[in-house]
Design a protein around this ligand. Sequence first.
Ligand code: ACO
Ligand code: OAA
Length: 375
Amino acid sequence: MQVYEGLAGIPVVKSSISYVDGENGILEYRGIPIQELVENSNFLELSYLLIFGKIPDENELLKFELDIKENLKYFERILDIVKSLPENLHPMKILQSLVPVFAFDDIDTDIMKEENKYRQTVRIMALVPVVIAFSKRLKEGKEIVFPDKNFYYTENFLYMLNGKSVEKIYWQTLDKTLILHAEHTINASTFTAMVVVSTLADLYACVSSAIGSLSGRLHGGANEEVYKMLSSLPNDEKIIREYIENKLKNKDKIMGFGHRIYKTYDPRAKIMKYLLENLQKEKPTPLLKKAEIFEKIALEYLEEKKIYTNIDFYSGVLYSQMGIPSDFFTTIFAMARVPGWIAHCIEYVRNNKLFRPTQVYDGGHNIHYKDIKSL
Ligand SMILES: CC(=O)SCCNC(=O)CCNC(=O)[C@H](O)C(C)(C)COP(=O)(O)OP(=O)(O)OC[C@H]1O[C@@H](n2cnc3c(N)ncnc32)[C@H](O)[C@@H]1OP(=O)(O)O
Ligand SMILES: O=C([O-])CC(=O)C(=O)O
């Protein structure tokens, strides 16, 4: 019997949420090209589109935003729990631990009820940014800044994170990066969420599990690794080339390159770089120059194997430009992917079938038990 390693190329679901053409570098959410969405939409509208399958009208969008804001009232409970966690816990672990707690006094979390899906959705969307911001402020020993309902979603997040309101270009750029990260068909973390929902667990359990899956360095965790790698290297072409050659000689993966689906340049990496260059006009950083040198050399070796730059390569450089510490990069990816995870869970559970693949057993049989004392 054949084994499909990593389920590569195996369709497990029919979905109308997003479409990727990996040969031609095309990505669409609900049929709309990613470039158009980044240019014209915003993260909340986009989240609605992913989850409910249509662009909201003004009233629908307003209600969605207000329902999210309403859930900010739980911030004090979040703060107490974040404070009780070990100080040096990685921010992804804090986030993963906190999401199931968002259920608070939700007695009925039955995922088959429409009202529960909605309540869980708006609560998770409201509280994920709060956990990230509070964790960062506590880690830095800085005063906690409470959410302000007068701000738009991403603006409020950067306000809580930085302790002061930020210029429009920063929160708008962040908002666009959230759109870029929001959804990507059946990637590892989305599949994780779908496996969990297929047991009819609630969205808190699904999103928490997905965060664990995203944290790995082959997936969302790559953005932090890219930053560490670039920071550890000098701005010297010869040394960067040696580093890349050594990695390839040792059969190590170069972080921020390669993708299961894209066999061409990730269209999101192009937009991410464009956003970064745009931000550079305000505040230049030598890290971008180094990243460009690194990318050029890495592609000299990788391109012939159809391995290209992925979304995680430039995202960390951009987030560091916004003053976000590298151990928080993947939490921002998680915050962005929440609507994608939820959209897939809601879509899947509609025609639910428990995920339960099989295996090819290659162990022994009739091996008799030996008491430990007889060994
Ligand atoms: C949001 C995201 O999750 S995007 C991905 C983020 N992850 C990273 O950037 C980590 C680095 N990249 C990788 O590890 C891989 O490209 C993955 C895991 C993303 C996808 O990989 P897969 O589709 O499973 O391919 P696999 O790992 O089997 O690699 C196939 C071949 O390409 C090589 N390869 C793939 N990616 C890389 C890389 N980044 N650096 C060097 N070689 C690579 C492998 O060594 C392998 O070579 P071989 O056939 O000679 O043994
Ligand atoms: O699709 C994948 O395999 C990885 C992913 O989540 C992305 O690229 O956004």
